[in-house]
Design a protein around this ligand. Structure first.
Ligand code: FE2
Length: 427
């Protein structure tokens, strides 16, 4: 697949030469009988640096469809997350099994937790996906939020209105609110989805870090225009106000021959992330690992931060190098893409699994890790074969009934800290 580089750029791309108007967004009659359609991802008057919109030149406009009707939401859930009381206990799950029956990306969405209120564009929902077959004649769009997909296992292909994104484990993909797509897979696949009801994800400010660091804009890849001209009977599933609806189309909605703008899907290979960390002592906060952020109206208080813990050198002197024990205002939903996370070397946190540590719930290294890392020889060491991530949110993540009744919930998670014995000896 072909991609264009940059983050939030004004891209211009056409699958047929001459399809993209030059100089005007809305000519009286676009080339080749195409229809012009603008999709606005932000309010019209959003400040320029956060304003997102794209002009599409398509075979049929989006309005051409039969009326939408309600369908079952299945396990793809939304705010308010009030089905079960939220526990202050630390929670952890084994990976969800990939079904043996045919299951598409959309059918395989399993909502684990969420917060906020999608009707006021605040908060998130956190899902795991498990799938094994392609969405061929079914498409999806999400009016409730943008979707950040974290691939953990298997290959996915996102065929979107703006073009095609191939996604491998270790990469992430963001589908903006409202953009239609379907997902193909050649076999079993699994991963995580952050549904962001808030402000669109953007690169964090770098402050004293300066002009270089963390995720580089040039490493974000947006697909070139691509379209399919298919007629038949297709389902477009819309997620709207927390419910799923289905509209019947007599054509594929992936019929955008050319487009230009800065509102489009993109992907990013997490291996390109440049880590900042101490080269003297102590343990900086995980905000140094922020890949993308969805800011809220309160400065420094993100609706959601996407944070990763990639392979990296650990060099701090006379320092406990994994995260120390901590309790936070922010709420931490973690997943593991591969390897071992350095605070959980005692096992139990495995690729495809997840943990949730909510507001002021104590957590930190398990007893095995504590013992090893308080006695280790502190030479520079490179953490290899590891890639963990965190969806960090400002509101408490409320687990769903599915998550709390799941056979994958580790009901003995609390025991991993019980070996931490008192070691205090008064002088
Ligand atoms: Fe934490």
């Amino acid at each position: 697949m072909s991609y264009m580089t940059g983050f939030g750029n004004e891209f211009a791309t056409e699958a047929v030469a001459g399809a993209l108007p030059q100089g005007r967004n809305s000519p009286q009659k676009p080339a080749f009988g195409l229809y012009a359609e603008q999709v606005s991802g932000t309010p019209f008057t959003a400040p320029r640096h956060v304003n997102r919109r794209t002009w599409m030149y398509r075979i049929r406009p989006s309005v051409v469809h039969e009326p939408y009707v309600r369908i079952d939401n299945g396990l793809f859930l939304s705010t308010p997350f009030t089905a079960v009381e939220t526990t202050p206990n630390q929670l952890r799950w084994d990976p969800l099994p990939i079904p043996e029956t045919p299951t598409t990306f959309l059918q395989g969405m399993r909502t684990m937790a969420g917060n906020g209120d999608l009707t006021v564009h605040s908060g998130v929902a956190i899902h795991h996906y498990v799938c094994n077959v392609s969405m061929d004649d079914t498409f999806f769009y999400n009016a409730d939020g943008e979707m950040l997909i974290v691939a953990e296992h298997g290959q996915l292909r996102f065929l979107t209105e703006c073009g095609i994104i191939d996604l491998s484990p270790g990469e992430i993909c963001v589908i903006p609110r409202g953009i239609k797509f379907r997902v193909e897979t050649s076999g079993p696949a699994r991963g995580y989805v952050l549904e962001n009801y808030g402000a669109p994800l953007r690169l964090p400010d770098l402050g004293p870090i300066g002009a270089n660091g963390l995720a580089y804009p040039r490493d974000f890849l947006t697909p070139v225009a691509w379209y399919e001209e298919r007629t038949g009977r297709f389902s477009v599933v819309a997620k709207f106000q927390g419910n799923l609806w289905r509209g019947i189309y007599d054509h594929s909605p992936l019929n955008v021959v050319a487009w230009h703008g800065n509102y489009a899907p993109y992907k990013y290979d997490l291996a390109n992330f440049q880590c900042i960390n101490t080269v003297t002592f102590d343990h900086p906060d995980p905000s140094i690992y922020t890949v993308l952020t969805s800011p809220s109206e309160i400065p420094g208080t993100a609706n959601m931060d996407f944070v990763i813990f990639p392979p990296r050198w650990m060099v701090a002197e006379n320092t406990f190098r994994p995260p120390w024990f901590h309790r936070n205002f922010m709420n931490e939903y973690m997943g593991l893409i591969k390897g071992v996370y350095d605070a959980k070397e005692g096992g139990g946190f495995v690729p495809g699994g997840a943990s949730l540590h909510n507001c002021m719930s104590g957590h930190g290294p398990d007893a095995d890790t504590y013992t090893r890392m308080t006695t280790a020889e502190l030479s520079p060491v490179k953490l290899e074969n590891t890639l963990a991530f965190m969806f960090e949110t400002r509101f408490v993540c409320k687990p769903t009934a599915f998550a709390m009744s799941s056979g994958e919930l580790q009901r003995d998670y609390w025991e991993c800290w019980q070996g931490l014995q008192p070691e205090f000896r008064a002088p």
